[in-house]
Design a binder for this molecule. Structure first.
Ligand code: AHG
Ligand code: MN
Ligand code: MN
Length: 338
């Protein structure tokens, strides 16, 4: 081989930073890290890959439609809600440092190990967000948050009631036209895409920042008459300006678009859901953590979402999140309504 010919490794231009290598490299920067978190992320990654496969095959495997039961919110469960829940419970349940698992689909948290048995983390999740959209092949997702387990509190339903500012990590997996994993551990937001051909999540972006200056709003306007005057006045304003609207109806997909392109996502209180529809602990808080880490803001009404002290696992809150410039326009009107 002549010296001018490129060496073999210079011809390989593939992205080879996997989620696993990324987490190990991050842990190496923190000498106190025990490696427990990398075990948790590997379980989440395995669950995500398994669910992505089930979602893609759902119609072929005839697992679309209702399961028959209602979940804890009185909502009809899809068969895929139950399947995704079971996959996550199995993947994370195996990990030695997991103390408590709590899911949208289960009324009570599951205690796996106490603090003195090595239970270090509680993981709360929405196994399949937007599942009512599955029938039409719209993007759906999984949302998760990792909390530290307080070994002194023995009542699991109390230990998981931590404000969002205490989250150790949070993320989501979007099962869309590609499978995307977005995660934060409080040091910025990183994004990974599943390369199906090698079965790995590969890093595509580090330190994601939410753009400003995008006049896009995302809200279910069908409920407009049920919104309070501040939200209605905001909608009046956007209708007179060069705004565009995008609403998928899967929180993960709507938040992902907002994170990448900027704009605002809103789920206000309505008559049907006077406290808002979305759940604080495993929908609003993880998304708020990601959006704030990307330079955005997240509120529930006028309160910063992550400062709310939760009272119970399935508590609901209003959600407003997105680019600071866009969110401020709504907050102004909510403040004016008092
Ligand atoms: P889930 O499928 O986990 O119950 O969540 C559905 C949520 C969320 O994904 C979405 O933002 C919202 O429901 C849409 O609600 P509307 O249909 O009332 O707009
Ligand atoms: Mn959901
Ligand atoms: Mn769900």
């Amino acid at each position: 081989m002549s010296t001018s010919e490129p060496r073999e490794h210079e011809l390989v231009r593939d992205n080879l930073m996997s989620l696993q290598s990324h987490v190990l490299a991050e842990e190496a920067q923190h000498p106190s890290a025990t490696g427990d978190f990398s075990w948790i992320m590997s379980a989440i990654s395995l669950a995500g890959k398994t669910i992505a496969n089930k979602v893609r095959r759902a119609r072929l495997n005839d697992v679309l439609g209702l399961h028959g039961d209602q979940n804890v919110h009185g909502e009809r469960q899809q068969k895929m809600d139950v399947i995704a829940n079971e996959i996550i419970m199995r993947c994370l349940g195996d990990r030695a440092s997991v103390a408590v698992l709590a899911s949208e689909e289960d009324e009570e948290p599951t205690i796996l190990r106490r603090g003195n048995e090595g239970g270090k983390y509680c993981i709360l999740f929405d196994p399949l967000d937007g599942s009512s959209n599955l029938n039409t092949s719209v993007g759906v997702g999984t949302i998760f948050t990792v909390l530290r387990n307080d070994p002194v509190i023995l009542d699991a339903s109390k230990t998981i009631c931590q404000p969002g500012i205490q989250q150790a990590a949070a993320g989501y997996i979007l099962y869309g036209s590609s499978t995307v994993l977005v995660v934060t551990t409080g040091h910025g937001v990183d994004m990974f895409v599943l390369d199906q051909s090698i079965g790995s999540f590969l890093r595509v972006k580090q330190g994601l920042k939410i753009p400003t200056g995008n006049n896009t709003y995302s809200i279910n306007e069908a409920y407009r008459a049920a919104f309070s005057p501040g939200y209605q006045s905001y909608l009046d304003m956007v209708h007179t300006k060069p705004y565009t609207s995008r609403y998928i109806g899967s929180m993960v997909a709507d938040v992902h678009r907002t994170l990448l392109e900027g704009g605002i996502f809103i789920y206000p209180p309505t008559q049907k859901h006077p406290d808002g529809k979305l759940r604080l602990l495993y929908e609003a808080n993880p998304m708020a953590f990601i959006i704030e880490q990307a330079g955005g803001v997240a509120y529930s009404g006028l309160q910063r979402t992550m400062e709310i002290v939760p009272e119970q696992l399935h508590q609901r809150v209003p959600v407003t999140l997105g680019s600071p410039d866009q969110v401020e326009l709504l907050q102004d009107r909510l403040r004016a309504e008092g």
